[in-house]
Design a protein around this ligand. Structure first.
Ligand SMILES: [Zn+2]
Ligand SMILES: [Zn+2]
Length: 259
């Protein structure tokens, strides 16, 4: 492995996630465009796959932004985050993930995410929650848009096998990958990535699953489907969440309920 590849690995380990623009500007001496970046990453992946690491390229379905991710491909549960996070942080991570998975629209409010801190098995303050959430937003484990928290592209990519077992219905009909935000057909309830559907609807106007004319199911969101909010602006406003929107968190939940 050459020095430039090693430096890029260090950059990815340090940041966990970077936009493709950030990655391109970091290795501008070695690559000039996205195609070259893909090749550069492909060569690195050949070297690091034996150590169960991978650099992945993905589009975030919430922000529609392209990301380069540092991925741990070893086993498929939260334990792989053990080196980086404390036991209580991992418990918080797991409960957040489960709450989002069981919620109707696969998202919880930021206020709910903070309220969950009081239901954990040992002392973990809201401030602790805010601090670690900030890291998880930056690392793309979770993503905050408006006042909602969604599963991030890094979490979805690292825990794909686990999530496909947990949520077998959350599969995009167009690319067969996991989809959590998505857009739902009003006729047949099938779900598709927003970016997959946009490409598809450029060519036709029927649902890819039921062939009825595409009509979108209203997901009950306060925001329109086309609201584009950058992560930065979502991050800067509403730091403490909308308290009144957060539903009370069940206390004293048994361990089995969290599984
Ligand atoms: Zn898709
Ligand atoms: Zn349909």
């Amino acid at each position: 492995m050459n020095l430039k590849q090693k430096m890029f690995i260090q950059f990815m380990i340090k940041n966990g996630a970077a936009t493709t623009d950030q990655a391109l500007s970091f290795c501008q001496d070695s690559v000039e465009n996205f195609v070259e970046l893909k090749l550069f990453i492909h060569e690195i992946n050949r070297e690091i796959s034996k150590q169960n690491f991978k650099i992945g390229l993905t589009t975030c379905e919430v922000s529609n932004q392209d990301f380069v991710l540092w991925l741990n491909t070893k086993n498929d549960d939260v334990s792989k985050l053990q080196i980086t996070y404390s036991t209580i942080e991992l418990e918080y991570f797991h409960v957040l993930m489960q709450e989002i998975l069981i919620s109707e629209h696969r998202r919880i409010t930021y206020a709910t995410a903070l309220n969950i801190t009081s239901s954990l098995t040992s002392n973990f303050t809201r401030t602790n929650g805010q601090t670690v959430l900030k890291k998880w937003f930056a690392g793309q484990y979770f993503i905050k848009e408006n006042s909602y928290v969604y599963l991030g592209s890094r979490l979805i990519t690292e825990f794909t096998t686990y999530l496909k077992i947990q949520s077998p219905d959350q599969i995009c009909k167009l690319c067969s990958e996991l989809v959590f935000k998505g857009r739902i057909c009003a006729s047949c309830d099938s779900i598709n990535h927003s970016y997959c559907l946009d490409k598809y609807l450029e060519r036709q106007n029927n649902c890819p699953s039921c062939s009825e004319e595409w009509t979108e199911k209203d997901d009950g969101s306060l925001y329109t489907q086309n609201t584009v909010v950058t992560q930065e602006s979502a991050e800067s406003n509403d730091e403490d969440g909308d308290e009144e929107q957060g539903r009370p968190v069940r206390k004293n939940r048994s361990a089995s309920q969290r599984k």
